[in-house]
Ligand binder design. Structure first.
Ligand code: GDP
Ligand code: IMO
Ligand code: MG
Length: 430
Protein backbone atom coordinates (compact mmCIF):
# COMPACT_ATOMS: atom_id res chain seq x y z
CA UNK A 1 0.00 0.00 0.00
CA UNK A 2 1.43 3.39 -0.89
CA UNK A 3 0.65 6.91 0.25
CA UNK A 4 -0.28 10.18 -1.41
CA UNK A 5 2.62 12.61 -1.67
CA UNK A 6 1.67 16.26 -1.69
CA UNK A 7 3.16 19.24 -3.49
CA UNK A 8 1.76 22.61 -2.44
CA UNK A 9 2.59 26.30 -2.20
CA UNK A 10 3.79 27.75 1.10
CA UNK A 11 3.33 31.43 0.30
CA UNK A 12 0.61 33.46 -1.45
CA UNK A 13 0.54 31.33 -4.60
CA UNK A 14 2.61 31.31 -7.81
CA UNK A 15 5.58 29.61 -6.16
CA UNK A 16 6.18 27.48 -9.27
CA UNK A 17 3.89 24.52 -8.47
CA UNK A 18 3.09 23.80 -12.12
CA UNK A 19 6.73 23.55 -13.10
CA UNK A 20 7.65 21.35 -10.16
CA UNK A 21 4.69 18.98 -10.56
CA UNK A 22 5.66 18.54 -14.21
CA UNK A 23 9.23 17.75 -13.13
CA UNK A 24 8.10 15.25 -10.47
CA UNK A 25 5.47 13.53 -12.64
CA UNK A 26 7.81 10.82 -14.04
CA UNK A 27 8.13 9.47 -10.46
CA UNK A 28 4.35 9.06 -10.08
CA UNK A 29 1.45 7.16 -11.65
CA UNK A 30 -1.36 9.57 -10.84
CA UNK A 31 -1.40 13.38 -10.49
CA UNK A 32 -4.48 14.81 -8.78
CA UNK A 33 -5.70 18.34 -8.13
CA UNK A 34 -7.61 18.56 -4.82
CA UNK A 35 -8.88 22.14 -4.51
CA UNK A 36 -9.20 25.53 -6.18
CA UNK A 37 -10.28 26.03 -9.75
CA UNK A 38 -9.58 28.39 -12.63
CA UNK A 39 -8.26 31.02 -10.21
CA UNK A 40 -5.02 29.02 -10.47
CA UNK A 41 -2.51 29.60 -13.23
CA UNK A 42 0.24 26.97 -13.34
CA UNK A 43 3.06 27.56 -15.82
CA UNK A 44 5.15 24.81 -17.41
CA UNK A 45 8.05 25.29 -19.80
CA UNK A 46 9.88 22.71 -21.86
CA UNK A 47 11.33 22.36 -25.37
CA UNK A 48 11.20 26.12 -25.76
CA UNK A 49 7.43 26.45 -25.25
CA UNK A 50 5.33 27.68 -22.38
CA UNK A 51 1.98 26.27 -21.22
CA UNK A 52 -0.43 27.65 -18.63
CA UNK A 53 -2.90 25.32 -16.92
CA UNK A 54 -5.81 26.44 -14.76
CA UNK A 55 -7.98 23.44 -13.88
CA UNK A 56 -6.12 20.53 -15.49
CA UNK A 57 -3.36 18.92 -13.38
CA UNK A 58 0.23 19.65 -14.37
CA UNK A 59 1.00 16.00 -15.18
CA UNK A 60 -1.05 16.18 -18.37
CA UNK A 61 1.92 16.43 -20.73
CA UNK A 62 3.11 12.97 -19.66
CA UNK A 63 0.94 10.66 -21.76
CA UNK A 64 1.39 7.55 -19.66
CA UNK A 65 0.35 9.24 -16.41
CA UNK A 66 -3.22 9.49 -15.21
CA UNK A 67 -4.46 12.94 -14.17
CA UNK A 68 -7.44 13.41 -11.86
CA UNK A 69 -9.56 16.45 -11.04
CA UNK A 70 -10.74 15.68 -7.52
CA UNK A 71 -14.04 16.40 -5.78
CA UNK A 72 -12.58 19.45 -4.00
CA UNK A 73 -11.94 21.29 -7.28
CA UNK A 74 -14.30 23.75 -8.99
CA UNK A 75 -14.80 23.42 -12.75
CA UNK A 76 -15.90 26.22 -15.05
CA UNK A 77 -16.85 24.23 -18.18
CA UNK A 78 -16.15 27.00 -20.67
CA UNK A 79 -12.67 27.68 -19.24
CA UNK A 80 -12.10 23.92 -19.10
CA UNK A 81 -13.08 23.62 -22.76
CA UNK A 82 -10.58 26.36 -23.65
CA UNK A 83 -7.85 24.51 -21.79
CA UNK A 84 -8.68 21.22 -23.50
CA UNK A 85 -8.63 22.94 -26.91
CA UNK A 86 -5.28 24.61 -26.20
CA UNK A 87 -3.85 21.18 -25.35
CA UNK A 88 -5.33 19.64 -28.51
CA UNK A 89 -3.59 22.32 -30.57
CA UNK A 90 -0.33 21.22 -28.95
CA UNK A 91 -1.00 17.61 -29.88
CA UNK A 92 -2.16 16.52 -26.40
CA UNK A 93 -5.47 14.64 -26.23
CA UNK A 94 -6.51 15.15 -22.61
CA UNK A 95 -9.45 12.73 -22.87
CA UNK A 96 -6.87 9.90 -22.84
CA UNK A 97 -5.33 10.57 -19.44
CA UNK A 98 -7.63 12.86 -17.50
CA UNK A 99 -10.65 11.85 -15.46
CA UNK A 100 -12.92 14.03 -13.37
CA UNK A 101 -14.73 13.53 -10.08
CA UNK A 102 -18.50 13.49 -10.42
CA UNK A 103 -18.55 15.33 -7.11
CA UNK A 104 -16.52 18.33 -8.27
CA UNK A 105 -18.70 21.45 -8.23
CA UNK A 106 -19.49 23.60 -11.25
CA UNK A 107 -18.89 27.33 -11.59
CA UNK A 108 -21.86 28.88 -13.39
CA UNK A 109 -21.65 32.13 -15.39
CA UNK A 110 -23.83 33.67 -12.68
CA UNK A 111 -21.23 32.69 -10.04
CA UNK A 112 -18.80 34.84 -11.97
CA UNK A 113 -21.33 37.64 -12.02
CA UNK A 114 -21.75 37.33 -8.25
CA UNK A 115 -17.98 37.41 -7.77
CA UNK A 116 -17.91 40.76 -9.56
CA UNK A 117 -20.97 41.98 -7.65
CA UNK A 118 -19.45 41.04 -4.28
CA UNK A 119 -16.15 42.71 -5.09
CA UNK A 120 -17.93 45.85 -6.25
CA UNK A 121 -20.03 45.92 -3.08
CA UNK A 122 -16.87 45.71 -0.95
CA UNK A 123 -15.48 48.90 -2.52
CA UNK A 124 -12.04 49.67 -1.08
CA UNK A 125 -12.14 46.51 1.01
CA UNK A 126 -12.20 44.27 -2.05
CA UNK A 127 -10.18 41.05 -2.04
CA UNK A 128 -8.70 41.38 -5.51
CA UNK A 129 -10.38 38.15 -6.61
CA UNK A 130 -9.47 36.62 -9.96
CA UNK A 131 -13.22 36.97 -10.72
CA UNK A 132 -13.53 33.35 -11.82
CA UNK A 133 -16.50 32.74 -9.51
CA UNK A 134 -14.56 30.85 -6.84
CA UNK A 135 -16.07 32.45 -3.71
CA UNK A 136 -19.72 32.22 -4.87
CA UNK A 137 -19.36 28.63 -6.15
CA UNK A 138 -17.80 27.39 -2.89
CA UNK A 139 -20.50 29.34 -1.02
CA UNK A 140 -23.17 27.35 -2.90
CA UNK A 141 -21.30 24.12 -2.20
CA UNK A 142 -21.29 24.75 1.55
CA UNK A 143 -24.86 26.08 1.50
CA UNK A 144 -25.86 22.80 -0.22
CA UNK A 145 -27.19 24.55 -3.33
CA UNK A 146 -24.39 23.71 -5.75
CA UNK A 147 -24.44 21.82 -9.03
CA UNK A 148 -21.89 19.06 -9.49
CA UNK A 149 -20.19 17.54 -12.52
CA UNK A 150 -22.28 14.36 -12.16
CA UNK A 151 -25.45 16.44 -12.41
CA UNK A 152 -24.79 17.25 -16.07
CA UNK A 153 -25.87 13.67 -16.90
CA UNK A 154 -29.25 14.08 -15.15
CA UNK A 155 -32.48 15.03 -16.94
CA UNK A 156 -33.28 17.86 -14.55
CA UNK A 157 -29.89 19.57 -14.99
CA UNK A 158 -31.23 22.54 -16.98
CA UNK A 159 -34.09 23.05 -14.52
CA UNK A 160 -31.73 23.08 -11.55
CA UNK A 161 -29.37 25.35 -13.44
CA UNK A 162 -32.17 27.88 -14.08
CA UNK A 163 -33.26 27.80 -10.44
CA UNK A 164 -29.77 28.51 -9.16
CA UNK A 165 -29.18 31.22 -11.74
CA UNK A 166 -32.44 32.85 -10.68
CA UNK A 167 -31.26 32.98 -7.06
CA UNK A 168 -27.98 34.52 -8.19
CA UNK A 169 -29.76 37.21 -10.21
CA UNK A 170 -31.84 38.12 -7.17
CA UNK A 171 -28.70 38.44 -5.04
CA UNK A 172 -27.01 40.59 -7.68
CA UNK A 173 -30.12 42.77 -7.78
CA UNK A 174 -30.06 43.21 -4.01
CA UNK A 175 -26.41 44.27 -4.28
CA UNK A 176 -27.50 46.91 -6.84
CA UNK A 177 -25.22 45.34 -9.43
CA UNK A 178 -25.38 46.81 -12.92
CA UNK A 179 -25.98 43.66 -14.95
CA UNK A 180 -26.23 45.53 -18.25
CA UNK A 181 -22.66 46.72 -17.95
CA UNK A 182 -21.33 43.31 -16.84
CA UNK A 183 -19.17 41.36 -19.29
CA UNK A 184 -17.32 38.03 -19.23
CA UNK A 185 -14.59 37.92 -21.87
CA UNK A 186 -16.31 40.87 -23.56
CA UNK A 187 -19.70 39.09 -23.62
CA UNK A 188 -22.95 39.80 -21.81
CA UNK A 189 -24.09 37.25 -19.27
CA UNK A 190 -26.59 35.77 -21.76
CA UNK A 191 -24.07 35.56 -24.57
CA UNK A 192 -21.54 33.87 -22.31
CA UNK A 193 -24.17 31.55 -20.88
CA UNK A 194 -24.96 30.18 -24.35
CA UNK A 195 -21.29 29.22 -24.84
CA UNK A 196 -21.06 27.90 -21.29
CA UNK A 197 -24.02 25.57 -21.86
CA UNK A 198 -22.48 24.34 -25.12
CA UNK A 199 -19.19 23.63 -23.38
CA UNK A 200 -20.88 21.06 -21.13
CA UNK A 201 -20.53 18.73 -24.14
CA UNK A 202 -16.73 18.86 -23.73
CA UNK A 203 -17.02 17.78 -20.10
CA UNK A 204 -19.11 14.81 -21.22
CA UNK A 205 -16.22 13.54 -23.36
CA UNK A 206 -14.25 12.79 -20.21
CA UNK A 207 -14.49 9.89 -17.81
CA UNK A 208 -16.57 11.14 -14.90
CA UNK A 209 -15.72 8.95 -11.95
CA UNK A 210 -15.98 8.41 -8.20
CA UNK A 211 -12.43 9.66 -7.82
CA UNK A 212 -12.20 8.75 -4.11
CA UNK A 213 -12.50 5.04 -5.02
CA UNK A 214 -10.15 5.48 -7.96
CA UNK A 215 -7.39 7.07 -5.87
CA UNK A 216 -7.72 4.67 -2.94
CA UNK A 217 -7.64 1.65 -5.28
CA UNK A 218 -4.49 2.92 -6.98
CA UNK A 219 -2.89 3.31 -3.54
CA UNK A 220 -3.96 -0.24 -2.59
CA UNK A 221 -2.21 -1.45 -5.75
CA UNK A 222 0.98 0.31 -4.63
CA UNK A 223 0.72 3.01 -7.32
CA UNK A 224 2.27 6.40 -6.58
CA UNK A 225 -0.07 9.37 -6.32
CA UNK A 226 0.95 13.04 -6.22
CA UNK A 227 -1.55 15.66 -5.04
CA UNK A 228 -1.04 19.07 -6.69
CA UNK A 229 -2.03 22.12 -4.66
CA UNK A 230 -3.30 25.39 -6.04
CA UNK A 231 -2.95 28.86 -4.50
CA UNK A 232 -0.80 28.90 -1.35
CA UNK A 233 -0.99 28.26 2.39
CA UNK A 234 -1.24 31.98 3.19
CA UNK A 235 -4.40 32.12 1.04
CA UNK A 236 -6.05 29.25 2.96
CA UNK A 237 -9.66 29.91 3.96
CA UNK A 238 -8.96 29.13 7.64
CA UNK A 239 -5.35 30.12 8.16
CA UNK A 240 -4.69 32.80 5.55
CA UNK A 241 -5.11 36.52 6.16
CA UNK A 242 -8.91 36.29 6.21
CA UNK A 243 -10.85 37.76 4.43
CA UNK A 244 -8.01 38.33 1.94
CA UNK A 245 -7.90 34.65 1.06
CA UNK A 246 -9.32 32.21 -1.42
CA UNK A 247 -12.32 30.03 -0.53
CA UNK A 248 -10.73 26.59 -0.23
CA UNK A 249 -8.50 24.62 2.07
CA UNK A 250 -5.14 25.02 0.36
CA UNK A 251 -3.16 23.08 2.97
CA UNK A 252 -2.41 19.35 3.36
CA UNK A 253 -5.70 18.86 5.22
CA UNK A 254 -7.45 19.85 1.97
CA UNK A 255 -5.95 16.78 0.27
CA UNK A 256 -7.99 14.49 2.54
CA UNK A 257 -11.33 16.19 1.91
CA UNK A 258 -10.55 17.15 -1.69
CA UNK A 259 -9.58 13.65 -2.83
CA UNK A 260 -11.20 11.39 -0.26
CA UNK A 261 -8.03 9.99 1.25
CA UNK A 262 -7.53 9.36 4.96
CA UNK A 263 -4.89 11.37 6.89
CA UNK A 264 -2.98 8.12 7.52
CA UNK A 265 -2.52 7.82 3.74
CA UNK A 266 -0.61 11.10 3.40
CA UNK A 267 3.10 10.53 2.71
CA UNK A 268 5.70 13.19 1.93
CA UNK A 269 4.60 16.80 1.96
CA UNK A 270 6.74 18.86 -0.39
CA UNK A 271 6.30 22.59 0.16
CA UNK A 272 7.36 25.13 -2.45
CA UNK A 273 8.58 28.61 -1.73
CA UNK A 274 10.22 31.22 -3.88
CA UNK A 275 13.57 32.50 -2.63
CA UNK A 276 11.68 35.78 -2.12
CA UNK A 277 7.98 36.54 -1.79
CA UNK A 278 5.10 37.68 -4.00
CA UNK A 279 1.43 38.32 -3.55
CA UNK A 280 -1.25 39.25 -6.06
CA UNK A 281 -4.48 40.85 -4.90
CA UNK A 282 -5.15 42.72 -1.65
CA UNK A 283 -4.18 41.86 1.92
CA UNK A 284 -1.25 42.10 4.32
CA UNK A 285 2.28 41.51 3.09
CA UNK A 286 4.79 42.53 5.79
CA UNK A 287 7.93 42.21 3.64
CA UNK A 288 6.54 44.02 0.60
CA UNK A 289 9.06 46.33 -1.10
CA UNK A 290 7.77 49.56 -2.59
CA UNK A 291 11.22 50.63 -3.83
CA UNK A 292 13.52 49.93 -6.73
CA UNK A 293 14.37 46.46 -5.33
CA UNK A 294 10.67 45.52 -5.39
CA UNK A 295 10.42 46.70 -8.96
CA UNK A 296 13.53 44.69 -9.90
CA UNK A 297 12.11 41.52 -8.37
CA UNK A 298 8.89 42.05 -10.35
CA UNK A 299 10.71 42.73 -13.60
CA UNK A 300 13.48 40.13 -13.38
CA UNK A 301 11.07 37.50 -12.00
CA UNK A 302 8.43 38.29 -14.65
CA UNK A 303 6.01 38.59 -11.77
CA UNK A 304 2.76 39.00 -13.66
CA UNK A 305 -0.25 36.79 -12.91
CA UNK A 306 -0.61 33.70 -15.13
CA UNK A 307 -4.41 33.99 -14.84
CA UNK A 308 -5.10 37.72 -14.70
CA UNK A 309 -1.89 39.34 -15.98
CA UNK A 310 -1.82 41.61 -12.92
CA UNK A 311 1.58 42.72 -11.61
CA UNK A 312 2.47 40.78 -8.46
CA UNK A 313 3.55 42.62 -5.33
CA UNK A 314 7.12 41.61 -4.40
CA UNK A 315 9.18 41.48 -1.21
CA UNK A 316 11.77 39.59 0.82
CA UNK A 317 11.30 36.05 2.04
CA UNK A 318 9.04 36.00 5.11
CA UNK A 319 10.25 33.40 7.62
CA UNK A 320 7.41 33.73 10.19
CA UNK A 321 4.94 33.07 7.35
CA UNK A 322 7.06 30.22 5.97
CA UNK A 323 7.39 28.56 9.40
CA UNK A 324 3.63 28.89 9.88
CA UNK A 325 3.02 27.21 6.52
CA UNK A 326 5.49 24.40 7.33
CA UNK A 327 3.67 23.81 10.62
CA UNK A 328 0.17 23.79 9.10
CA UNK A 329 1.15 21.44 6.29
CA UNK A 330 3.59 19.14 8.05
CA UNK A 331 6.14 19.91 5.35
CA UNK A 332 8.76 17.17 5.08
CA UNK A 333 10.78 18.70 2.22
CA UNK A 334 11.28 22.22 0.93
CA UNK A 335 11.52 23.06 -2.75
CA UNK A 336 12.99 26.53 -3.41
CA UNK A 337 12.35 28.29 -6.73
CA UNK A 338 13.61 31.40 -8.49
CA UNK A 339 16.87 32.27 -6.65
CA UNK A 340 18.16 33.08 -10.17
CA UNK A 341 16.00 36.23 -10.13
CA UNK A 342 18.39 37.68 -7.51
CA UNK A 343 21.63 36.74 -9.33
CA UNK A 344 22.74 40.37 -9.55
CA UNK A 345 21.70 41.47 -6.07
CA UNK A 346 24.44 42.88 -3.80
CA UNK A 347 22.46 41.81 -0.76
CA UNK A 348 19.57 39.44 -0.18
CA UNK A 349 17.43 39.97 2.89
CA UNK A 350 15.11 37.70 4.81
CA UNK A 351 12.57 38.67 7.43
CA UNK A 352 13.30 36.62 10.55
CA UNK A 353 10.64 38.15 12.82
CA UNK A 354 7.96 40.86 12.93
CA UNK A 355 8.42 44.02 14.94
CA UNK A 356 5.11 45.10 16.41
CA UNK A 357 5.37 48.29 18.47
CA UNK A 358 8.98 47.50 19.38
CA UNK A 359 8.28 43.90 20.33
CA UNK A 360 9.57 41.05 18.16
CA UNK A 361 7.13 38.28 17.38
CA UNK A 362 7.54 35.07 15.38
CA UNK A 363 3.89 34.06 15.12
CA UNK A 364 1.22 35.32 12.73
CA UNK A 365 -1.07 37.44 14.92
CA UNK A 366 -4.86 37.41 14.66
CA UNK A 367 -4.63 41.15 13.90
CA UNK A 368 -2.36 40.43 10.88
CA UNK A 369 -4.49 42.61 8.58
CA UNK A 370 -4.71 45.68 10.75
CA UNK A 371 -1.52 45.72 12.80
CA UNK A 372 1.48 47.74 11.78
CA UNK A 373 4.19 45.15 11.25
CA UNK A 374 7.82 46.02 10.52
CA UNK A 375 9.91 43.17 9.20
CA UNK A 376 13.10 42.43 11.14
CA UNK A 377 15.59 41.82 8.35
CA UNK A 378 18.77 39.75 8.25
CA UNK A 379 21.10 40.37 5.31
CA UNK A 380 23.04 37.85 3.26
CA UNK A 381 25.73 38.64 0.76
CA UNK A 382 24.47 38.26 -2.82
CA UNK A 383 26.05 35.48 -4.89
CA UNK A 384 26.50 37.75 -7.92
CA UNK A 385 26.74 34.75 -10.24
CA UNK A 386 24.68 33.65 -13.21
CA UNK A 387 23.19 30.31 -12.13
CA UNK A 388 22.48 29.27 -15.72
CA UNK A 389 25.56 27.06 -15.93
CA UNK A 390 24.95 25.17 -12.67
CA UNK A 391 24.24 21.49 -13.30
CA UNK A 392 24.19 20.25 -9.70
CA UNK A 393 23.39 21.53 -6.23
CA UNK A 394 27.07 21.30 -5.31
CA UNK A 395 27.90 23.65 -8.21
CA UNK A 396 25.73 26.43 -6.80
CA UNK A 397 27.77 29.40 -5.55
CA UNK A 398 28.73 29.09 -1.90
CA UNK A 399 26.93 32.31 -0.96
CA UNK A 400 23.66 30.96 -2.38
CA UNK A 401 24.18 27.68 -0.52
CA UNK A 402 24.69 29.71 2.66
CA UNK A 403 21.41 31.50 2.00
CA UNK A 404 19.63 28.17 1.43
CA UNK A 405 21.16 26.69 4.59
CA UNK A 406 19.86 29.71 6.50
CA UNK A 407 16.34 28.96 5.21
CA UNK A 408 16.70 25.37 6.40
CA UNK A 409 17.88 26.51 9.83
CA UNK A 410 15.18 29.12 10.22
CA UNK A 411 12.37 26.76 9.18
CA UNK A 412 13.76 23.51 10.57
CA UNK A 413 12.95 21.75 7.27
CA UNK A 414 15.44 20.32 4.76
CA UNK A 415 15.60 21.54 1.19
CA UNK A 416 15.14 18.71 -1.32
CA UNK A 417 15.77 20.71 -4.49
CA UNK A 418 16.21 24.12 -6.03
CA UNK A 419 14.80 25.38 -9.31
CA UNK A 420 16.93 27.90 -11.20
CA UNK A 421 14.90 28.69 -14.33
CA UNK A 422 11.33 28.29 -15.65
CA UNK A 423 12.45 25.30 -17.73
CA UNK A 424 11.69 21.69 -16.82
CA UNK A 425 15.36 20.73 -17.01
CA UNK A 426 16.63 23.24 -14.46
CA UNK A 427 16.01 21.53 -11.14
CA UNK A 428 18.94 20.71 -8.89
CA UNK A 429 18.36 18.02 -6.26
CA UNK A 430 20.30 18.26 -3.05
P1 GDP B 1 2.26 28.34 -9.84
O1 GDP B 1 0.94 29.01 -9.83
O2 GDP B 1 2.76 28.02 -8.47
O3 GDP B 1 2.31 27.14 -10.75
O4 GDP B 1 3.29 29.40 -10.42
P2 GDP B 1 3.05 30.36 -11.70
O5 GDP B 1 3.17 29.55 -12.93
O6 GDP B 1 1.84 31.18 -11.52
O7 GDP B 1 4.26 31.37 -11.51
C1 GDP B 1 5.57 30.94 -11.45
C2 GDP B 1 6.37 31.64 -12.57
O8 GDP B 1 7.75 31.48 -12.34
C3 GDP B 1 6.10 31.06 -13.93
O9 GDP B 1 6.21 32.08 -14.88
C4 GDP B 1 7.24 30.04 -14.09
O10 GDP B 1 7.55 29.80 -15.45
C5 GDP B 1 8.35 30.74 -13.39
N1 GDP B 1 9.36 29.87 -12.73
C6 GDP B 1 9.17 28.69 -12.09
N2 GDP B 1 10.32 28.28 -11.52
C7 GDP B 1 11.25 29.21 -11.82
C8 GDP B 1 12.64 29.38 -11.49
O11 GDP B 1 13.23 28.57 -10.78
N3 GDP B 1 13.25 30.50 -11.97
C9 GDP B 1 12.60 31.43 -12.73
N4 GDP B 1 13.28 32.49 -13.14
N5 GDP B 1 11.31 31.30 -13.04
C10 GDP B 1 10.64 30.23 -12.58
P1 IMO C 1 -1.97 29.64 -8.18
O1 IMO C 1 -2.49 28.24 -8.09
C1 IMO C 1 -1.91 33.69 -6.64
C2 IMO C 1 -5.64 35.24 -4.95
C3 IMO C 1 -6.32 36.35 -5.71
C4 IMO C 1 -7.00 37.07 -4.58
C5 IMO C 1 -7.43 35.95 -3.66
C6 IMO C 1 -8.87 35.48 -3.87
O2 IMO C 1 -1.63 30.06 -9.57
O3 IMO C 1 -0.84 29.84 -7.22
P2 IMO C 1 -10.15 34.13 -5.74
O4 IMO C 1 -10.16 34.27 -7.23
O5 IMO C 1 -9.68 32.79 -5.27
O6 IMO C 1 -11.45 34.53 -5.13
O7 IMO C 1 -9.09 35.23 -5.24
O8 IMO C 1 -6.54 34.87 -3.93
N1 IMO C 1 -5.37 34.03 -5.74
C7 IMO C 1 -4.15 33.69 -6.18
N2 IMO C 1 -2.97 34.33 -6.09
N3 IMO C 1 -1.97 32.48 -7.22
C8 IMO C 1 -3.13 31.82 -7.30
O9 IMO C 1 -3.21 30.55 -7.77
C9 IMO C 1 -4.31 32.44 -6.80
N4 IMO C 1 -5.62 32.07 -6.75
C10 IMO C 1 -6.25 33.06 -6.09
O10 IMO C 1 -5.38 37.15 -6.37
O11 IMO C 1 -6.08 37.87 -3.88
MG1 MG D 1 0.02 30.75 -10.55
Amino acid sequence: MSKVDVLLGLQWGDEGKGKVVDVLTPEYDVIARFQGGPNAGHTLEFNGSKHVLHIIPSGIFHESKQNVIGNGVLIEPRIFQGEVQALTEKGVDATKNLCISQKAHLILPSHRMLDAANEQAKGNAKIGSTLKGIGPAYTDKIARNGLRVGDIMQNDFKERYELLKCQHLQTAHSLKFDLDAFRIDGMTLNEYEALWLESIATLKQFQLINSEYYINRRLDEGKRVLAEGAQGSMLDIDFGSYPFVTSSSTITAGVCSGLGVAPSRIGRVMGISKAYCTRVGAGPFPTELFDETGRRLCELGHEFGATTGRARRCGWLDIPALRYACMLNGVTDLFITKPDVMNDFETVNVCTAYDVEGKQIMEIPFEFNTMEIKPVLRSYEGWKTDLAGCKSYAELPERLRNYLEAIEELTGVNIMAVSISPDRKDVLYK
